[in-house]
Ligand binder design. Structure first.
Ligand code: HPA
Ligand SMILES: [Zn+2]
Length: 355
């Protein structure tokens, strides 16, 4: 981990997280507890499910995004009641508060629950209750991003988009935007053009996973066809220099997830995540935990891993943190608060760290 003084500086920075799947904050401990409470039988034919310890050990051997997703979808099958969803999100917000998180824009995967017979409103009510508590108890503000599962048939995604309860949550502001996640390579962004056009019409914010395992053309398609405002992951942008320059010029933000990239074998080492390249080219990005309970770390662990690998300066960390605040989908008043806090933290730490 990073040296203790830098660690304290990174902890105190008013960090914004834009790429965190609430279902990905389900730890093996909580998974086993909920399985017991809700009478869910975990797979008997996979030794990984013998105990929380064996499951955690399996998480350290993921070979790809799809290998992880297999466990991710089994894991979330233990979530049944509104309070299960609230407890799950509170577990995340508690970790995030300890890490000095100021603001979170979090994903959730309703289709994965609806197809198990859990209603959209059960999921939404649990997560909404946790968001309100996180603001009151920890001062963490948050927004919800409803994701579409790209491995499911497009009509299934469209019917969720059109569902009356889902539409109500879009219109009453309890959900801020939409995202696109799950298995990437066989499912190009353009499949979801109609849904994204409908979301734009409603004034929703729009983002999509692209260029994690999939090619750089998925990033340009997400921008050109889906008209997204952010790109989730986007590390394969380095394979297209012209697109990289365009994204830098337009100020489009990427939500980069370093520990995730390493654990899912998208890179061999954190030093291969194109942090230096993005900084030098002026590409805006935030640093995020993705699925913290599966990838071995919350937001501060990701900041520390980046610091270990790239030894960034105070000025570079300040500009990453500022880009995260400015690229958030919260009110300008909230951004101004976080920017003032950033100035205060940097003003206090810069003399000590630059000496
Ligand atoms: O990193 C991810 N990529 C795609 N889908 C996901 N669902 C949870 N995490 C991820
Ligand atoms: Zn993700």
């Amino acid at each position: 981990m990073c040296k203790s003084t830098f660690h304290s500086f990174l902890q105190e920075l008013p960090k914004c997280e834009h790429h965190m799947h609430l279902e990905g904050s389900l730890s093996p401990e909580v998974l086993f507890t909920l399985a017991k409470r809700n009478n869910i039988t975990l797979p008997q034919d996979d030794d990984a499910f013998q105990s929380p310890e064996t499951l955690l050990a399996r998480y350290s051997r993921f070979t790809s995004l799809d290998d992880f997703l297999h466990y991710y979808y089994i894991g979330m099958s233990v979530l049944i009641s509104e309070s299960d969803f609230e407890d799950l999100a509170m577990d995340y917000f508690r970790h995030a508060a300890a890490d000095g998180l100021a603001h979170a824009e979090v994903f959730f995967d309703p289709q994965a629950h609806i197809e198990r017979g859990i209603t959209y409103n059960t999921v939404l009510a649990g997560f909404s209750a946790a968001r309100a508590r996180a603001e009151k108890e920890f001062g963490i503000t948050s927004e919800l991003i409803c994701c579409f599962l790209r491995h499911l048939p497009v009509p299934n995604c469209m019917s969720m988009f059109k569902d009356a309860d889902v539409q109500a949550s879009f219109k009453n502001g309890s959900v801020t935007g939409i995202g696109l996640d799950s298995s990437e390579k066989p499912f190009p962004p353009a499949l979801f053009e109609e849904i994204y056009a409908g979301a734009k019409e409603l004034g929703l914010r729009r983002t999509a996973h692209a260029g994690e395992e999939g090619p750089a053309t998925f990033i340009s398609d997400a921008l050109d066809v889906l008209k997204v405002e952010r790109i989730d992951h986007g590390i394969r942008l380095v394979e297209d220099e012209a697109l990289l320059q365009k994204i830098a010029k337009d100020g489009t933000m990427l939500s980069v997830c370093p520990l995730s990239n390493k654990v899912l074998c998208c890179v061999k080492e954190i030093s291969e995540v194109p942090i230096r390249k993005f900084l030098d080219a002026g590409v805006k990005f935030s640093i995020n935990s993705d699925d913290p309970a599966y990838f071995g770390g919350y937001i501060l662990d990701n900041y520390c891993a980046v610091h270990e690998a790239f030894n960034l300066s105070v000025a570079e960390w300040t500009s990453i943190c500022r880009a995260g605040i400015e690229g958030s989908w919260c009110s300008q008043a909230r951004k101004d608060e976080m920017l003032a806090r950033l100035d205060e933290v940097v003003g206090r730490w810069a003399p000590k760290l630059s000496a």
